[in-house]
Design a protein around this ligand. Structure first.
Ligand code: F0G
Length: 459
C-alpha cells in the first residue's frame, strides 16, 4: 500500500513540557518585551517558530556521541571525527571549527573585507551582511528578479542573477572580496538554488578570478529540491548532490545549527591553503585552538553524527513535506505566502495580508505581535524592521519585501502543533482589517531587529 500520510520518521524518547499561557498574560508579556519577540522569555512561548537554528532535537545517537566527546585541548578524537566528516562531505582540505556560523563569517569576511571591497550574494543573511559591513566593505544582493515576487511560482527562486553578477564583477574589478551563494536562500524566503545556477556562478567567478563561497547551512534541504525539481538529478543521492555543489566552490561557511542538527557549532572549509593559514591564525586568536575552535569535544561529536543523519532520505522527505503541509493549508485559507514553499520555513507576505499598514508602520512586526498574543506563537519579521535603512531626510527606505518567517525546528513539533498554528491563522484572517502597525521607539546602530523597542500605533 502506498500511504499518503507522511509520518514523523522517529519515535519520541524524551519530552520537554510547554508552559501554557492565556491571551491576557501574553498581552502583558508582549508589552513588557516592547513588542519585540527577541525580548520575550521562552517560558512564555507555546510554539517557537522564531528560528530553526540550534533548536533541533538531537537523536539518541547524537546524545550517545555527546558522552563519547573527547575534551582534549589539542588533537581531540572528536575533532578528528568532525574533520573527517566535513572533509568527506565538502571535499575541501582545510576545515576550521567555529562555535557557530557568524564566527566563521567574521574570520573569513574580516580577512577578505575592508574598505573599498564588495561582496556579492543571491541574498546575504543578516549576520553575513553585518560582518561584511563591519569590515568596511559593501554587500550587494542580486537574487533573480522572480525571487522578489512572492506569489510567482518558480522552482529555484533562490538563484543568483548571473547576468548581473557578470556585470558587477566587471564594474568592481580588483575589489571583489568574494561571491557568496546562500543555499537555501534564507532571507530571500528560504528558496532553493539550482545546480545549474551554482555552475553558472562558479564559471563566472572562475573567469573573473574571484573567490566563490557557499553559505551551506541548509544544503541538505536544498539538495531535496534539486533532486525533485531539476533535470538529470533524480539519480543522485541527496548527499551526492551536496557533494557536487561543493566541488564548484572555493570554500564554504556553515552554521551547523541548521542542517547539521546540533544546538551549537559551525565551520569554515577552504580549498586554498594560504587563505586557510591566514584564517587559522584568526581562529586561534579569537575562537580557540585549531582542533576545537569554540566547540567542546561533545559538540563536535554530535555535529559529525548530525551531518550523516541529515541526508537520510526518510528524514529529508518528512522535513520538506511537513513544511509544505503547513504552507499548503495556509495557502488554501488565502493567507498570502512566499511561493513555492521553501524547506525550513513558511514565509507570510505581510504587505499583502495587511495592505492598510504601510512599510513605515511595519506590517510584518504587526503580524508577529498578533501571532504571539493570540496563540503564543513566536515568529520573526524579515522585512523593513530587519533590513530597512534610512534616507538622508530621515524617512524609511523599506526592504524589498515585508515577510514574516515561521521557521520550523527540526524533529521538534508534531502534526497537532501544526494544526494549532493553522487554526490560529483562521482567526488572523478574520481580524486582518483591525490590526494596527507599530513605530520604533528605540533602536541600536546595527542588527536593530534583535533589540529595538516598538510602540503600537493608535488607530
Ligand atoms: N547564514 C545563514 C543563511 C543563516 O541562516 C544564518 C543563521 C547564518 C549564516 C549565521 O549562523 O546563527 O550560527 O551564527 N540563521 C539563523 C536564522 C539565526 O534564524 O535563520 P549562526
Amino acid at each position: 500500500m502506498q500511504h499518503k500520510t507522511v509520518i514523523e520518521p522517529f519515535r519520541i524518547k524524551s519530552v520537554e513540557p510547554i508552559s501554557m499561557s492565556t491571551e491576557t498574560v501574553r498581552s502583558e508579556c508582549l508589552k513588557e518585551a516592547h513588542y519585540n519577540p527577541f525580548l520575550l522569555r521562552s517560558d512564555n512561548v507555546i510554539i517557537d517558530f522564531m528560528t530553526d537554528s540550534g533548536t533541533s532535537a538531537m537523536s539518541a545517537r547524537q546524545w550517545a556521541g555527546v558522552m563519547e566527546g573527547d575534551e582534549a585541548y589539542a588533537g581531540s578524537r572528536s575533532w578528528e571525527r568532525m574533520e573527517n566528516e566535513v572533509r568527506e562531505l565538502t571535499g575541501m582540505r582545510s576545515i576550521l571549527p567555529t562555535h557557530q556560523g557568524r564566527a566563521a563569517e567574521r574570520i573569513i569576511y574580516g580577512h577578505l573585507g575592508g574598505k573599498e571591497k564588495v561582496f556579492i550574494s543571491n541574498t546575504h543573511f543578516d549576520t553575513t551582511r553585518a560582518n561584511i559591513e563591519y569590515s568596511g566593505a559593501a554587500a550587494i544582493d542580486i537574487p533573480i528578479k522572480e525571487g522578489l515576487y512572492t506569489a510567482l511560482q518558480h522552482p529555484f527562486k533562490g538563484n543568483m542573477d548571473v547576468a548581473a553578477l557578470d556585470q558587477l564583477l566587471k564594474e568592481h574589478k580588483g575589489h571583489v572580496g568574494a561571491v557568496i551563494l546562500t543555499v537555501t536562500n534564507n532571507s530571500g524566503g528560504g528558496q532553493p538554488v539550482s545546480m545549474a545556477n551554482a555552475e553558472g556562478v562558479a564559471a563566472i567567478c572562475k573567469r573573473h578570478g574571484v573567490l566563490f563561497l557557499l553559505d551551506c547551512c541548509r544544503i541538505a534541504e536544498n539538495s531535496w529540491f534539486i533532486k525533485h525539481r531539476e533535470e538529470d538529478m533524480e539519480g543522485l543521492s541527496y548527499r551526492e548532490i551536496a557533494q557536487r555543489m561543493f566541488t564548484l566552490a572555493d570554500g564554504a561557511v556553515m552554521s551547523a545549527k541548521k542542517d547539521a542538527l546540533v544546538n551549537m557549532g559551525g565551520f569554515l572549509a577552504l580549498k586554498d591553503e594560504a587563505l586557510a593559514e591566514a584564517c587559522i591564525n584568526l581562529l586561534i586568536i579569537t575562537e580557540g585552538f585549531a582542533t576545537y575552535g569554540g566547540l567542546s569535544g561533545r559538540d563536535m561529536e554530535a555535529l559529525a553524527i548530525g551531518l550523516q543523519e541529515i541526508f537520510e532520505p526518510h528524514y529529508l522527505d518528512y522535513r520538506i513535506k511537513s513544511t509544505l503541509f503547513l504552507g499548503k493549508k495556509l495557502h488554501e485559507m488565502g493567507v498570502p505566502l512566499m511561493l513555492p514553499i521553501g524547506g525550513h520555513a513558511v514565509y507570510v507576505d505581510a504587505k499583502k495580508l495587511y495592505p492598510h499598514i504601510p512599510p513605515e508602520q511595519y506590517p510584518g512586526q504587526a503580524l508577529v505581535c498578533e501571532l504571539y498574543e493570540l496563540a503564543g506563537i513566536r515568529t520573526v519579521e524579515i522585512g523593513s524592521v530587519m533590513f530597512g535603512t534610512y534616507n538622508a531626510d530621515g524617512s524609511l527606505k523599506p526592504a524589498p519585501m515585508e515577510l514574516v518567517r515561521l521557521a520550523i525546528p527540526r524533529r521538534v513539533y508534531t502534526q497537532s502543533h501544526i494544526e494549532y498554528v493553522i487554526e490560529t491563522f483562521a482567526e488572523i484572517m478574520k481580524r486582518r482589517e483591525k490590526v494596527r502597525g507599530l513605530r520604533i521607539e528605540k533602536e541600536p546602530r546595527s542588527l536593530r531587529h534583535f533589540t529595538a523597542h516598538f510602540e503600537r500605533l493608535e488607530r
